[in-house]
Design a protein around this ligand. Structure first.
Ligand code: NAD
Length: 251
């Protein structure tokens, strides 16, 4: 059977672990060549080694500064590397993200800046870097990782929730600009997914939150499979949308 992404090349930011790693694996499983990106070099290289076992071409942009999505030159470098080492570029998954939680009066500028830089500026810079290429080839798929925190908020996450709400607006602006060029731009808002990011919360809070999810805690694959659908031709006429992947946390 033909694989759904045969001949396609994808960049997945923050794909050394967690949801990004799962997205990279699921896209590669459908035949896509993947550029693995992460600011942490070792996890990116380990993830890339695993992907190679799926018999797809793999490139790596990792570490500082090469793998840092907050650095404009690095973002441009990733696009050039995908084109030169993997033969093109068709899919961008803006997944890299971080948290630095504190209530507002205890949050210093560095905590605000880091989260806004990685979650929002990084996404803008990667989008800007692929934009002319997608426009020229009249094809592209961009999927941005927002969060349910971007629809409401969470206590102590003013920086994170602000960044994720802005990701929804940026997704819509990008979708409007690129729709005439056959480029689809959508966002996903996961609920609570079992990764390092969420395991950082205290156990009591974790138990309380996960007990409230009608379908139970989510796995990275639950998000990755929706990303795959958005990247497939089934979704060629869907753009500017937000898909909530929360196991019924919001109904
Ligand atoms: N886990 C959840 O429940 C959940 C819920 C909603 C949204 N999200 C979003 O999904 C995405 C992935 O989250 P996760 O849970 O897999 O997190 P994670 O912490 O497990 O993985 C994120 C990866 O991004 C990388 N990264 C951080 N800063 C970077 C930078 N400047 N450049 C390149 N890479 C960088 C990290 O090194 C890490 O490997 C994030 O955008 C997150 O906000 C996660």
């Amino acid at each position: 059977m033909t694989k759904r992404l045969e001949g396609k090349v994808a960049i997945v930011t923050g794909s050394g672990r967690g949801i990004g790693e799962s997205i990279a694996r699921i896209l590669a499983g459908e035949g896509a060549a993947v550029l693995v990106n992460d600011v942490e070099k070792e996890v990116a290289e380990a993830a890339a080694e695993e992907l190679k076992k799926l018999n797809v071409n793999v490139a790596v942009s990792a570490g500082i500064p090469e793998g840092d999505v907050t650095n404009e030159l690095s973002c441009k470098g990733m696009v050039e590397k995908a084109k030169s080492e993997l033969g093109g570029l068709h899919i961008l998954i803006n997944n890299a993200g971080t948290t630095k939680d504190k209530v507002i009066h205890k949050m210093d500028d560095q905590m605000w800046k880091l989260v806004l830089d990685v979650n929002l500026k990084g996404l803008f810079l990667m989008t800007k870097a692929v934009y002319p290429h997608f426009k020229k080839q009249r094809y592209g798929k961009i999927v941005n990782l927002s969060s349910m925190a971007g629809l409401g908020s969470n206590l102590g996450q003013a920086n994170y929730a602000t960044s994720k709400a802005a990701v929804i607006s940026l997704t819509k602006s990008t979708a409007m600009e690129l729709a005439p060029y056959n480029v689809c731009v959508n966002a996903i808002a996961p609920g609570i997914i079992d990764t390092r990011l969420t395991r950082a919360m205290p156990e009591e809070k974790w138990n309380q939150i996960t007990a409230a999810i009608p379908m139970g805690i989510g796995a990275p694959e639950n998000v990755a499979r929706v990303v795959l659908s958005l990247c497939s031709e089934d979704f060629d006429y869907v753009t500017g949308q937000l898909i909530v992947v929360s196991g019924g946390l919001i109904i």
